[in-house]
Design a protein around this ligand. Structure first.
Ligand SMILES: Nc1ncnc2c1ncn2[C@@H]1O[C@H](COP(=O)(O)OP(=O)(O)O)[C@@H](O)[C@H]1O
Ligand SMILES: [Mg+2]
Length: 255
């Protein structure tokens, strides 16, 4: 359980004159839920996009499942893209397709699974994320915020990925919905033996789900480790976040 599945080394990212990362390094171990934290604009989403090959850093190294994704061949990149699922901040389902059609997209594109089996697989994915079967025939506009997140998660899991990337999965959910989503993430990690990278600033979610985390700030990783490691940091940003009023309450209540 302790070999790194993702290694980020000295990543530098720049948009025009705006340097976002200036030597970001971290590693994600197999089977863990890894939190990416940091203030707004600290480059969390950008780093996530670099990990899934939607953006290329200016310098540095990113290794995923043993492959350097910045120098790998197109064939290897195609292979890698099938090893992960992604849930973006706003869900991003296709509004003209039903939930079932959304979940089926990658399966249709990348596999030769016959139609009768495809619908079984899609139903299974929909049930796996805790949605009732009839939701498959609904359109995104007919779903609540929590259902959209779950449907997007079902789509992210369609190809049985080893890795799951989540960008602020609980944002926009009420506390009850967010807590239920956290439990779902934990269950799916155990059931499917996933490794999960999750951008979040939701303290409750961090305490419930995250095994280790990195906090981005000053264009670097301010601190990486378990919650206990991070709690011991004397960096002012960390103190403000984890030992502010909400953080202290959470710490006293424990996991
Ligand atoms: N495609 C882009 N083009 C130019 N600047 C970008 C782009 N994407 C992100 N940025 C900038 O990079 C910085 C980090 O953004 P982002 O990764 O979205 O932060 P976070 O997710 O931590 O809030 C911000 O200053 C943002 O304006
Ligand atoms: Mg972001």
């Amino acid at each position: 359980m302790n070999s790194p599945i993702i290694t980020v080394k000295n990543v530098v990212t720049q948009f025009g004159l705006n340097r976002v990362h200036d030597g970001v390094s971290l590693h994600v171990d197999q089977g863990e839920i890894y939190g990416l934290l940091g203030g707004s604009g600290s480059g969390k989403t950008t780093l996530l996009k670099e990990m899934i090959m939607l953006l290329e850093p200016k310098a540095g190294e990113i290794t995923i499942l043993g492959q350097n994704i910045l120098t790998s061949s197109n064939k290897d990149k195609d292979y890698l893209r099938r090893q992960w699922g992604v849930l973006f901040q706003n869900g991003a389902l296709f509004s003209s397709l039903t939930v079932a059609e959304n979940v089926a997209i990658s399966l249709k594109e990348y596999t030769d699974i016959p139609a009768y089996l495809l619908s079984d697989i899609v139903s299974m994915k929909i049930s796996m994320v805790g949605l009732p079967p009839h939701v498959g025939s609904l359109y995104p506009a007919e779903l609540s915020g929590g259902m959209i997140k779950r449907a997007s998660l079902a789509r992210a899991l369609a190809m049985d990925p080893k890795l799951l990337f989540l960008d602020e999965p609980t944002s926009g959910l009420d506390p009850v919905g967010a807590a239920a989503f956290d439990q779902l993430i934990l269950q799916l990690r155990d059931m499917l033996e996933l490794t999960i990278v999750m951008v979040t600033h939701d303290l409750d979610s961090i305490w419930t789900t995250v095994d280790r985390l990195a906090v981005l700030g000053d264009k670097k990783v301010i601190v990486e480790g378990t919650l206990d490691d991070v709690n011991r940091s004397e960096h002012p940003d960390i103190k403000a976040f984890f030992r502010g009023k909400r953080g202290l309450t959470r710490m006293q209540n424990g996991k």
